[in-house]
Design a protein around this ligand. Structure first.
Ligand code: E4P
Length: 215
């Protein structure tokens, strides 16, 4: 399973990229709204830094508008993935982009049938939102597992992005459930480093080094 970062904050992207773990970036309108930036300029910065897929979401609700916006976004850099909502209009746009060779990420997936339809419309990625399902008492992880099973049984090569990640445990479980990618907020990525025995071990190694006889 690969790691994407779920943010539009360039400092966070730069830092996570420097760790050597990052295969891509996802943004959404809410994440972009938190930054005081031109969306297009930020996408230029991100795509120049991260060679992998960079998801940029359209705002239009009709297919025609989505296609216009998506083409403009895709023209920014070859590694832009156009992010489309899971609606009939979104799938219309998805199939047009698929025929044009433009990568797509169909977002706001909350059921296996939505994922299957998006895949059949040619989506490069589908993004089931684990955290938001858990928030309403449903099982986000079970959804990842079901989609992964269906895609395997039917030889579908659309990749599953486990999205709406809130905790390190969801990343491990998502990987086991068959997600190809987890898109993770910076704060949760930082938590992945942390283990009390790692920190204790470093302290002990330093103490032993300082206390050695042959200084
Ligand atoms: C995915 O691409 C979305 O940007 C994201 O994971 C949404 O997460 P949230 O439920 O924390 O807003």
């Amino acid at each position: 399973m690969k790691f994407f970062i779920d943010t539009a904050n360039f400092e966070e992207i730069k830092e996570a990229h420097s760790w050597g773990i990052l295969s891509g970036v996802t943004t959404n309108p809410s994440l972009v709204a938190k930054e005081n930036i031109s969306f297009h300029d930020r996408l230029k910065e991100i795509t120049a830094l991260v060679p992998g897929s960079v998801s940029a979401e359209v705002i239009s609700l009709d297919a025609e508008g989505m296609i216009k916006e998506g083409r403009e976004l895709a023209a920014i850099a070859p590694n832009i993935t156009v992010k489309l909502p899971m609606t009939a209009e979104g799938l219309k746009a998805c199939s047009v982009f698929s025929a044009e060779g433009i990568k797509t990420n169909v977002t706001l997936i909350f059921s296996a049938n939505q994922a299957l339809m998006a895949a059949r419309a040619g989506a490069t990625y589908v993004s089931p939102f684990i955290g938001r399902l858990d928030d309403i008492g449903q099982d986000g992880l079970a959804l990842i597992e079901t989609i992964a099973d269906i895609f395997t049984i039917h030889n579908i090569d659309t990749e599953i992005i486990a999205a709406s990640i809130r905790s390190p445990q969801q990343i491990t479980n998502g990987a086991l459930a068959g997600a190809h990618i987890s898109t993770v907020p910076f704060k949760v990525l930082q938590q992945l480093f942390s283990h009390p025995l790692t920190e204790k071990g470093i302290d002990q190694f330093l103490k032993d080094w300082e206390a050695r006889d042959n200084k």
